[in-house]
Design a binder for this molecule. Structure first.
Ligand SMILES: Cc1cc2nc3c(=O)[nH]c(=O)nc-3n(C[C@H](O)[C@H](O)[C@H](O)COP(=O)(O)OP(=O)(O)OC[C@H]3O[C@@H](n4cnc5c(N)ncnc54)[C@H](O)[C@@H]3O)c2cc1C
Ligand code: SF4
Length: 593
C-alpha cells in the first residue's frame, strides 16, 4: 500500500550487529524526520517572528481561523479547513508544547521525570516546573489525568488504539439528536482510519497478545470475544527500510520495542505529526509551537487571543507575552485544557452555559497489573537501542470485549498492555514485585456515569471534583473485569500503586459537552459554543443562540464515556465539525466548496 523509497541505504540485518545497528537507526530516524520536513523549510513549526511581527492588514483580525492545541481534534480540523481556505486567508495553530523529533524521546526514568510539566513527587504538584515538558500529569484528590503536550498532543505518547464504540453508546440520552445514530459518524470514522493508517497485528504476534487470547478462550462461557486491536502503527514487509507514507513523511516499520507510551524513537507510530499536521502544513497552516493561549476575549465580530510564547534561552524557557486576533477560534486543547481556557475566559461578553466543567468522564479507565500469570507475557519494553531478540509489541495490541451483555454500560474492553522501558524501572522502584515476563498489564475502558466536574482552583488552574468516584459501583464493576481476566490466566490482580485509592485516567472526556440545548451542554452538535445569556436564548432562526465563530473540537465535547479508547471518536467528531463549518454559508468567503 505504501511506496517504498528506492534511493535509501539498506541497513545490514545480521543479528550480531543489531545493537550497533540500532544506535545508528536512532540517529537515522532523526535524519528521516529532518528529510521529511525539509519541504516545509526544516520543521513543521513556523518561525515565531511571523507571529510576533505580524504585518498589519485592513482586516480587523490577523487570523481567519485560529486553532488552540494540536491533538486529534485540533489537527484534524486544521487539516480539513486549511485545505479548503480561499487564497489569502490565514489559518494558525497555537500549540503549547514543542515540536518533537522521533529519535529524541527520553527512554529512562530520569529523562521522563525531566519531561514532566509538573512536579510528580513534591507537595506543590500543581505548579508548572517545566512548561515545555512532554508529559502533563494533573494529580488531583479525586481524579488524576495524564496527557501530553507537544505538536501532535497526546498522540505522541498514546497506545495507538483506534476503535469505534458500540452503536448503543450513541443512543444514550446525553448525545445530541443529530448524533444519536452512529451511522451519521461512520463515514467520518472511515476517513480517520484511512488517514491514520489503522491496521491490526497478526494473531499471537507477541506473548502478551497470546496471553490475552488464552484468557478470552477461557472466558468464552462469560461471552468474552478476543480481537486484535485496530492500531495506528506502521508495519513493513519484514525489513527496516524507510517507508514514504501517504502524507509524504518517512516512517520506519515498528520494531515491537514497546515504548509507545514514552514516544516512538523509531518513527513507526502514526502520531499526528506524520499525517494530519503535515496535511495542514502543506495546505498553508501556520504552526506556532511553544505558544500557550492564556485566555480569549470576545470583540465585535472577532476574538482577541492572549498567549505566552515560551522562548528558550540557554535551554531555559523564558515567557514572552503577546496578543493576536482571529475571526474564528477553535478550542482543541483537550478535555481539561479547553474547559480550563473557557472557564478563564468567560465574562460579560462571553457568557457561557452553566454546564461548563460538568459531565467530565475518565472513560471508566482502570489500569491493573496481573502478577505471576501462567503464560509468558514479555510485557517490558526494551527501547529503540537494545533489542536482545525480544519482542514486546506496541503498548496495546488486543481487546477482550463482551458485546452481548444486555446493558451497554457493561460492554467494556479489557486490553493487554506493554510497559515502556523507562516505566519498568519505575515500577520496580515503587515495589510492584515485577517478574515482567509473567506479568500481564491490563487496561479497562468502560463507563463511569460522567459525573465529574472541572473547576478552577484558587490558583487559577483546573482540577477535577468527583467525590467517592473510587467507591462508585461502575468503577468496582470495571475493576472486576480485571479480576475475571486474572482468574482465566492464573495470576493475582494488584491495583496500580501510584493511584491506589484514587482514580487515574488517560482518557479524559467532557467538560464542554455537546447537547441539544444550553441547559444540557456547552456546544451544539456542530461544536459551536452556546451563548449562555438569559440561560440560553432562541434566535430568529429557531436555533439556540451561539457565540459566532467559537468552536470546540476535542475530547471536551464528548458527552459520555465510550466503553472503548476514545481517539477515533474524538477524531470522527472533529472531521464532522470541520466538514459542517466549511459548508456554513456565512463562511463562504473563507472556504471554497
Ligand atoms: C499514555 C496514554 C495512552 C493512551 N492510549 C490511547 C489509545 O490507545 N487509544 C485512544 O483512543 N486513546 C488513547 N489515549 C487518549 C488519547 O490520546 C486522547 O483521548 C486524545 O489524544 C485526546 O485528543 P484531544 O484532541 O482531546 O487533545 P490532546 O491530544 O490531549 O491535545 C491537546 C493539545 O493541546 C495543547 N494545549 C493545551 N492547552 C493549551 C493552551 N492553553 N494553548 C495551546 N495549546 C494547548 C496541549 O499541549 C496538547 O498538545 C491515551 C492517552 C495517554 C496519556
Ligand atoms: S512498539 Fe516501539 S517501534 Fe513500535 S510503535 Fe511502539 S514505540 Fe514505535
Amino acid at each position: 500500500m505504501y511506496p517504498v523509497l528506492t534511493n535509501v541505504r539498506i541497513w545490514p540485518r545480521r543479528s550480531n550487529v543489531l545493537q550497533n545497528l540500532n544506535r545508528h537507526c536512532v540517529s537515522g530516524r532523526i535524519r528521516d524526520y529532518r528529510q521529511s520536513v525539509h519541504q516545509f523549510g526544516g520543521s513543521l513549526s513556523t518561525p515565531i517572528d511571523r507571529l510576533l511581527h505580524s504585518v498589519p492588514s485592513d482586516s480587523p483580525w490577523v487570523f481567519d481561523v485560529l486553532m488552540i492545541g494540536s491533538g486529534y481534534g485540533a489537527s484534524i480540523c486544521a487539516a480539513r479547513l486549511a485545505s479548503k481556505l480561499r487564497p489569502g486567508r490565514r489559518l494558525g495553530i497555537f500549540e503549547h508544547g514543542r515540536e518533537r523529533i522521533p529519535g529524541e524521546f527520553g527512554s529512562n526514568l530520569a529523562a521522563l521525570l525531566g519531561e514532566s510539566m509538573r512536579p510528580v513527587f513534591r507537595s506543590d504538584k500543581r505548579s508548572l516546573k517545566n512548561p515545555l515538558g512532554l508529559i502533563d500529569l494533573r494529580q488531583g484528590d479525586d481524579v488524576s489525568v495524564m496527557s501530553a503536550s507537544g505538536l501532535g498532543g497526546t498522540s505522541l505518547i498514546n497506545a495507538n488504539v483506534a476503535i469505534r464504540p458500540d452503536r448503543d453508546v450513541f443512543s444514550q440520552l446525553n448525545w445530541p439528536s443529530f448524533l444519536k445514530n452512529r451511522d451519521f459518524l461512520d463515514p467520518y470514522f472511515d476517513r480517520v482510519a484511512c488517514e491514520l493508517g489503522v491496521q491490526q497485528d497478526p494473531v499471537d504476534h507477541t506473548a502478551k497478545m497470546r496471553t490475552q487470547r488464552i484468557a478470552a478462550e477461557n472466558l468464552r462461557d462469560c461471552g468474552a470475544i478476543y480481537e486484535a486491536a485496530a492500531i495506528t502503527v506502521t508495519r513493513g514487509a519484514g525489513c527496516s527500510l524507510p517507508i514514504l507514507n501517504r502524507h509524504g513523511m518517512l516512517q520506519r516499520p515498528c520494531t515491537d520495542c514497546g515504548d509507545c507510551m514514552t514516544g516512538c524513537n523509531i518513527g513507526a507510530k502514526n502520531s499526528l505529526n506524520y499525517n494530519y499536521i503535515p496535511m495542514a502544513k502543506r495546505a498553508g497552516a501556520e504552526i506556532f509551537t511553544q505558544t500557550e493561549v492564556t485566555h480569549i476575549e470576545k470583540r465585535e465580530g472577532y476574538y482577541r487571543v492572549h498567549f505566552v510564547y515560551h522562548c528558550e534561552v540557554d535551554g531555559n524557557p523564558v515567557p514572552v507575552s503577546g496578543t493576536t486576533t482571529a475571526r474564528i477560534v477553535v478550542f482543541g486543547a483537550g478535555s481539561v485544557g479547553s474547559t480550563e481556557l473557557l472557564l478563564t475566559s468567560q465574562d460579560m461578553n462571553l457568557q457561557l452555559s452553566a454546564q461548563v466543567g460538568c459531565s467530565f468522564s475518565g472513560n471508566g479507565d482502570i489500569l491493573g497489573v496481573i502478577h505471576r500469570v501462567g503464560p509468558t507475557t514479555r510485557s517490558g519494553g526494551f527501547g529503540a537501542v537494545e533489542t536482545n531478540g525480544r519482542k514486546t509489541g506496541p503498548t496495546i495490541q488486543s481487546s477482550i470485549s463482551f458485546p452481548h451483555r444486555p446493558n451497554v454500560l457493561d460492554r467494556v474492553v479489557v486490553q493487554d498492555g506493554g510497559v515502556a522501558k523507562a516505566y519498568v524501572a519505575a515500577m520496580t522502584m515503587i515495589g510492584m514485585d515485577f517478574q515482567i515476563d509473567h506479568t500481564q498489564i491490563v487496561l479497562v475502558s468502560g463507563h463511569d456515569g460522567s459525573e465529574g466536574r472541572i473547576i478552577l482552583d484558587t490558583d487559577g488552574g483546573a482540577s477535577i471534583v468527583w467525590p467517592n468516584l473510587y467507591h462508585h459501583p461502575r468503577r468496582k464493576f470495571n475493576e472486576d473485569q480485571i479480576r475475571l481476566v486474572a482468574s482465566a490466566i492464573g495470576g493475582n490482580y494488584r491495583e496500580m500503586l501510584p493511584w491506589k485509592g484514587k482514580v487515574g485516567t488517560v482518557h479524559p472526556l467532557g467538560g464542554c459537552v455537546m447537547a441539544d440545548t444550553p441547559m444540557a451542554g456547552v456546544t451544539n452538535h456542530k461544536g459551536q459554543v452556546f451563548d449562555g445569556r438569559g440561560g440560553g436564548e432562541v434566535g430568529a432562526d429557531g436555533e439556540f443562540a451561539i457565540h459566532e465563530g467559537l468552536y470546540i473540537v476535542d475530547g471536551a465535547v464528548v458527552p459520555t464515556s465510550l466503553g472503548v479508547n476514545p481517539l477515533l471518536t474524538i477524531s470522527a467528531i472533529a472531521e464532522r465539525t470541520a466538514d459542517l463549518m466549511s459548508r456554513e454559508p456565512k463562511y463562504g468567503d473563507l472556504f471554497a466548496a
